[in-house]
Design a protein around this ligand. Structure first.
Ligand SMILES: Cc1cc2nc3c(=O)[nH]c(=O)nc-3n(C[C@H](O)[C@H](O)[C@H](O)COP(=O)(O)OP(=O)(O)OC[C@H]3O[C@@H](n4cnc5c(N)ncnc54)[C@H](O)[C@@H]3O)c2cc1C
Length: 403
């Protein structure tokens, strides 16, 4: 049986903004399609848009409903900068593969930006620089090596000294890496925009509809749903977030609990460039602003899954995040207007796992794990749509399931 997780708790800030509804009907009888997508978060949405663009007939199902999983809770710092520093990733998977993973992440982020513009999805997307602050995981000299490693990979990165950080951003840290070309956006608007483009191309959406069993052979896949009807497809794409169906091998991953807050709008008090801020620390801290000047601050991750325990900690974690936000930016009103929790999955390398499930060539799975889930969902839509079109993406093996 598929694993179930209560994915979020509290009230995410995105509830303050309207996003266009995504209509989904009831699945009352068996259905047939080219591609069935299970899961209607950001990963399912990027996939549905790409596959309908390629001319496939598409059905999407979700056991909760569109946008009711982790995507509703994300803080949406959409970065090409992978959680795993390039210098560490080189040690883990070798220099060539690590540099290529970072380059692909950079390229896919550019593709996502063009996709948003090309499809005219109004998701308050803004090109935003980022500041990666020295912390207890990487100090100033590590950050110097990290910036050099990125340069060697062809990725721009400027190392800022303590003096520059103070002068230009008013932040007191020994060093930071300044990067350009990341995005800040509203994840619900992006996801609903992509799903609605797929609907315009005649995709069919059903919810609540839960996939409970998969039967596949050389020519196709049949998925049974909890309420009875079955769906036959030429290909199945599993974009179920951190809840995995049994057919997906349990790779090296774990579920982590995380927390976030958002303040009232205070556009006049924001920092220069409203850069995305993230810290090379454990526990992790990150900060961004919304388009109307709220400040989102998240992190404080802990390595446990228990959702009740996670949600019981919201008040305590809110205090801690307010305190940390106030330390970095004393000019801000750090009081939380929104506070929420979520679960997210992490692999050892910080890279997603994307591709057909070993032994099941027509079943594709996307495990867009880590703090870059949105960027990874773009990469996944590129790799899986190529594979379904009978082509091989040049980086497919980098992210594939390893036997
Ligand atoms: C607090 C928080 C902050 C984050 N911050 C960032 C960030 O700043 N930047 C970033 O890029 N990423 C961030 N992430 C990660 C990012 O949000 C996720 O990686 C991303 O939203 C996952 O999207 P998804 O579509 O894969 O999963 P989900 O949004 O969880 O969607 C999966 C869907 O599949 C459905 N489903 C599951 N099993 C079944 C089944 N058997 N049958 C039918 N439906 C099923 C679920 O109901 C769900 O709706 C954050 C996550 C959290 C929790």
């Amino acid at each position: 049986m598929p694993r179930k997780l209560d994915l979020t708790g509290g009230t995410p800030v995105w509830c303050a903004y309207r996003s266009a509804a995504v209509p989904a009907g009831r699945l009352t009888r068996d259905a047939k399609t080219d591609v069935l997508i299970v899961g209607m978060g950001i990963s399912g949405a990027t996939m549905a848009e790409a596959l309908t663009r390629d001319g496939h007939s598409v059905i999407c199902i979700d056991r909760r409903g569109p946008l009711k999983g982790s995507t509703a809770a994300t803080t949406a710092l959409v970065q090409f900068e992978i959680d795993q520093p390039l210098i560490s990733l080189c040690r883990m998977i070798g220099g060539d593969a690590a540099r290529q993973a970072w380059r692909r992440s950079r390229l896919s982020l550019l593709n996502l930006r063009e996709r948003i513009t090309g499809l005219d999805i109004r998701c308050r997307s803004a090109d935003t620089p980022s500041l990666y602050l020295a912390g207890n995981r990487l100090d100033a000299s590590d950050l110097r090596r990290e910036a050099e490693a990125r340069h060697e990979a062809g990725i721009g990165a400027s190392l800022l000294t303590r003096k520059k950080m103070k002068e230009e951003f008013g932040i007191d840290r020994t060093a930071a890496i300044l990067s350009h070309g990341n995005l800040a956006l509203d994840p619900r608007k992006l996801t609903s925009g992509l799903l609605r483009r797929a609907l315009e191309r005649k995709a069919r959406f059903y919810a609540p509809a839960e996939a409970i069993a998969i039967d596949d052979n050389r020519v196709g896949v049949t998925v049974s749903t909890r309420d009875g009807p079955a769906i036959k497809a030429r290909h199945l794409v599993l974009t179920t977030g951190y809840e995995l169906l049994d057919i997906v091998p349990r790779m090296d991953h774990r579920i982590i609990s995380t927390w976030a807050i958002a303040t009232r709008p205070q556009p006049k008090k924001l920092w220069p460039l409203t850069a995305l801020i993230w810290e090379a620390s454990d526990p992790y801290l990150y900060i961004r602003a919304t388009s109307d000047g709220r400040v989102i601050c998240g992190g404080e991750d802990e390595k446990f899954t228990d959702e009740e325990r996670r949600d019981a900690l919201i008040a305590q974690k809110t205090d801690r995040l307010e305190e940390k936000l106030g330390e970095i930016f004393p000019q801000l009103d750090a009081a939380a207007e929104f506070a929420w929790s979520g679960s997210f999955g992490a692999t050892g390398t910080g890279l997603p796992i994307i591709g057909s499930v070993p032994g099941h060539p027509r079943v594709h799975a996307v495990m867009g794990y880590g703090g870059n889930g949105i960027t990874f969902s773009q990469i996944a839509s590129e790799i899986v749509s190529a594979s379904i079109a009978g082509k091989e993406d040049a980086d497919a093996s980098l992210f594939a399931f390893k036997n």
